[in-house]
Design a protein around this ligand. Structure first.
Ligand code: SAM
Ligand code: 2KA
Ligand code: SF4
Ligand code: MG
Length: 222
């Protein structure tokens, strides 16, 4: 299967449980959800006019929304050609669960990589059983709620973006009825806003949840 890839780069995972782990990021193009504060708006549209050759998305900044169709085995060949060392592959986007990620995650595992998916929970999560799934729920967004329960149930980690109290209330509603044993819940302040960070820290302490900081933004790395 060919996947529409916006960019591939090696860096340090900046967010969530794997913060600090060297990682190869595979960012897929396309997302219909439309979060107003989205970091990666360039990934929303899959425009034919922005289609490029595979080599133009490997270690090339995807800022203008270019994308190339690439298979899992071509991705691993590119990792090797670039001399990437990381063994943790983060599949993000855009919304990666627009696509069936089973083939990609199975292949990466067969080649000795571990995998993580960053998803909004707006589309069914389809991946290998061993993939670490991070769900960052999007409330009242396009795409709807139909599959959020499937995504939250599959999640290894629920990483909720937070700016105001309203986001905490929404999360409480979403988590009703979800079995949280063996899941990590973390709050991620939206866009490094100090009020958001203070609210997230206070709530994490009160609930014994984890704080997820977008450390790559503080470090000014990709
Ligand atoms: C860019 S999204 C891509 C993956 C997927 N569409 C999703 O939303 O989870 C990756 C992560 O960044 C988070 N994110 C995006 N923009 C953010 C912002 N301005 N501040 C904090 N987190 C943000 C999302 O909530 C998600 O956890
Ligand atoms: N360093 C780094 N860590 C990240 N964690 C999640 C990211 C994403 O955009 O999904 C991201 C990203 O873009 N860069
Ligand atoms: S779901 Fe993810 S990629 Fe899509 S708009 Fe929201 S934060 Fe951005
Ligand atoms: Mg990012």
């Amino acid at each position: 299967m060919k996947y529409p890839v916006n960019e591939v780069f090696e860096t340090i995972q900046g967010e969530g449980t794997f913060t600090g782990v060297p990682a190869i990021f595979v960012r897929l193009q396309g997302c219909p959800v439309g979060c107003s504060w989205c970091d990666t708006k360039q990934t929303w549209e899959l425009l034919e006019s922005n289609r490029v050759a595979p080599e133009d998305v490997i270690q090339v900044d995807g800022a203008i929304g270019r994308w190339a169709e690439i298979t899992a085995s071509e991705l691993v060949a590119a990792f090797n050609a670039k001399g990437f060392n990381a063994k943790h592959v983060v599949i993000t986007g855009g919304e990666p669960c627009l696509y069936d990620l089973t083939e990609m995650t199975d292949y990466l595992h067969s080649q000795g990589y571990q995998t993580q998916i960053e998803t909004s929970g707006t589309f069914e999560v389809q991946c290998a059983a061993d993939t670490w799934v991070t769900v960052s729920p999007k409330v009242n967004m396009k795409g709807g709620y139909q599959v959020l329960e499937q995504a939250l149930t599959r999640a290894n980690e629920i990483k909720h973006p937070v700016a105001t109290e309203k986001h905490i209330t929404e999360l409480d509603e979403l988590l009703t009825g979800i079995e949280l044993t063996n899941k990590t819940v973390c709050l991620q302040p939206i866009s490094q806003k100090s009020r958001a960070t203070e609210l997230a820290m206070a709530t994490c302490i009160a609930r014994n949840w984890r704080l997820s900081i977008q450390t790559h933004k503080y470090l000014d790395i990709d």
